[in-house]
Design a protein around this ligand. Sequence first.
Ligand SMILES: [Zn+2]
Length: 99
Amino acid sequence: MSNYRRTEIIITLLVIIALAFFAIPRFIKAQRVAKETACHENLVSIGHAIEVYQLAGDESLPASLEDVYGVGKAEASLPVCPLKGSYRLENGNVICDHE
Ligand SMILES: [Zn+2]
């Protein structure tokens, strides 16, 4: 292998490493933002399911999310947080404990 060819390969590898150095953290951050957005949309969806629960019943708040998503209740199942958190009802608000 000629010196020119060897230098060309080394420069190519350095460029690839430099691109990865800058791209990987951005990719990880973008993934995190997407998951946080999905979690927020789940919270909105759960809020709508609670409104339907209230309209179908006596308009009181459910004691827990299992009351809303239990068997024979909402058509969908309780959404799962993409950040491995869990949703719970606290003082009438739905919160997620991810992070
Ligand atoms: Zn979450």
